[in-house]
Write a protein that binds this ligand. Structure first.
Ligand code: HEM
Length: 492
């Protein structure tokens, strides 16, 4: 051993011992002396965020959270400072309150940290202002104007399905529904498709990379402060290293082109530009790009997941498919079914609600933070700063609300209007309160038209009958791995 090592060895040991004692004290304090120490839950959750990280990596946080609630009841401590609430009253008491959103959401500032969109704005007041600024773009009266362009995208989609069918090639709906979702988002947001449908491929690996981004988001949301140095570092954008650069580039180019062109459609961006002209004091210019990017991040794989859930379950429930097809066939719908027509098809709407319930695309606890002075939820007080989260999957599997068969796909549960109204109060696939999904009108249009058109026009069968799909839940639960063959059943 050298002289230096002799000199420093006792100090190194001392520092090591000090760190150990420090970590042990944090463990003891979090585990036994926190204001939520009495709440049951998994061991790792009682002193760290490791339980959430482990299950984000394993990919089934939703199943684990349901199991924990079935074991422990309405409150489960899933993190050293986070309680998951599984009771439907939490919809009103937590999600519909004005509590700030959890810091976890800051991770959604993309393409970089300069762009705080409505999703990543955690302060309730500022969030509500941002929501008001962009609301006209999402209003049903605006979205419906885009219907002809949604129709155009659906026609390209069917043309591509026909080509695959004639070549006897399988259709990977995880890819194709995503192409459809992205191209519709481009049309509606800035009047420009990304080109996924026309090219029939994942341009720039944007969709594959979005999956990788899902894992990053689920884990790094707990360490959001490091996000600024990683993916949200403007240098990464500058060097073109973002994993979904094709998407950002297309959005940037479309927003930029808009400033030089005044002969444009009344799309979302146009609504936002008009809003900014009216309220320059409360809306910054960069909010427009931020909102466009948020849309593209939020509005494609969620729609794809729901469409997949619907078709995957229809293939497993022949009687349900038959009943749906009868309703659609007798309705004598337009070549591309109109939104108005599809809203009258009660069984179709029941199937869509059931798909949103049984395989809810956002499969993550939606976190809110107990405000100054704390808050009482379901009769229990929570200190200021405690994170309270509500996972839609947990609520959607409550048997006393949705029935003993809550774990099964059964659209008929929505056919009794009285029961349906009651269940709808607990259907939070689009969230609830000030953070709820502004894209729900567009999503409803896409889901209704696409399902009606495909069920009417094609026979679909899995390449390997009965093979189970795969999915991992990060923020969203987007399935894959269930290739199908399609054949025309109705001539165009
Ligand atoms: C079936 C399809 C969809 C589902 C299930 C869905 C669900 C959700 C949920 C659960 C949230 C978050 C609520 C929260 O954090 O508390 C959300 C937020 C959001 N969604 Fe959707 N969404 C869908 C489609 C869309 C579409 C098509 C768009 C764009 C037009 C969109 C844009 C957004 C945006 C911008 C946010 C952030 C809202 C905010 O934080 O205020 N979504 N969505």
């Amino acid at each position: 051993m050298s002289v230096d090592e002799h000199t420093y060895a006792p100090y190194v040991k001392l520092a090591g011992g000090g760190i150990l004692i420090f970590v042990a004290l944090i463990f003891v304090r979090r585990r036994w002396f926190s204001s939520i120490s009495d709440i049951p839950g998994p061991f790792l959750g009682s002193f760290s965020v490791l339980w959430q990280i482990v299950h984000a990596l394993k990919g089934h946080t939703e199943e684990e959270t349901i199991a924990e609630h079935r074991k422990h009841g309405d409150f489960v401590r899933i993190g050293y400072n986070e309680v998951s609430i599984g009771h439907p009253d939490a919809i009103n008491e937590v999600l519909k309150s004005q509590m700030n959103k959890g810091d976890w959401y800051r991770i959604f500032s993309l393409p970089d940290s300069r762009y705080v969109n409505q999703m990543s704005e955690v302060d309730a007041k500022r969030h509500i202002t941002k929501t008001k600024n962009v609301a006209p773009g999402y209003a049903f009266s605006n979205v419906i104007k885009a219907e002809p362009y949604v129709d155009g995208a659906l026609q390209v989609f069917e043309r591509q399905l026909d080509t695959l069918s004639e070549a006897h090639q399988p259709v990977n709906f995880d890819e194709w529904f995503n192409y459809l979702g992205f191209d519709i988002m481009g049309e509606v947001t800035f009047s420009k498709q990304f080109g996924f449908l026309e090219q029939g491929r994942d341009i720039g690996n944007a969709i594959a990379n979005t999956r990788a981004l899902g894992i990053y988001v689920a884990i790094m949301g707990h360490f959001w402060w490091a996000h600024d140095y990683l993916l949200a570092n403007p240098l990464i954008g500058y060097l073109n290293l973002q994993p979904t650069m094709h998407i950002f580039d297309t959005a940037l180019a479309a927003v930029d082109a808009r400033s030089k062109n005044d002969k444009v459609r009344k799309d979302m961006i146009e609504e936002w530009i008009t809003m900014r002209k009216k309220h320059p004091d409360r809306m910054e210019e960069k909010e427009i790009l931020a909102a466009a990017v948020a849309n593209i991040g939020a509005g494609a794989d969620t729609v794809s997941a729901t469409l997949q859930a619907l078709f995957y379950n229809l293939l497993r429930n022949e009687d349900t498919l038959k009943q749906l097809r009868e309703e659609i066939d007798t309705a004598n719908l337009a070549e591309v079914p109109t939104h108005e027509e599809t809203q009258k098809l009660l069984f179709l709407q029941a199937c869509i609600k059931e798909a949103l319930r049984i395989h809810t695309p956002v499969a993550f606890g939606l976190p809110r933070v107990a405000p100054k002075g704390g808050v009482t939820v379901l009769g229990r007080h929570f200190d200021e700063g405690v994170i309270l989260s509500v996972n839609p999957w947990v609520i959607h599997r409550r048997r006393e609300i949705f029935g003993e068969d809550a774990d099964l796909f059964s659209p008929t549960r929505w056919m009794d209007p009285i029961r349906s109204r009651e269940m709808e109060k607990s259907l939070i696939a689009f969230g609830a309160g000030y953070g709820q999904c502004p894209g729900r009108h567009l999503a409803q249009m896409e889901l209704s038209k696409t399902t009606a058109m495909l069920v009417r026009d094609y026979e679909i069968r899995q390449v390997h009958k009965g093979e189970c799909w795969k999915f991992e839940t990060h923020f969203t639960a987007v399935p894959y791995g269930w290739p199908c063959y399609v054949t025309r059943r109705r001539k165009p």
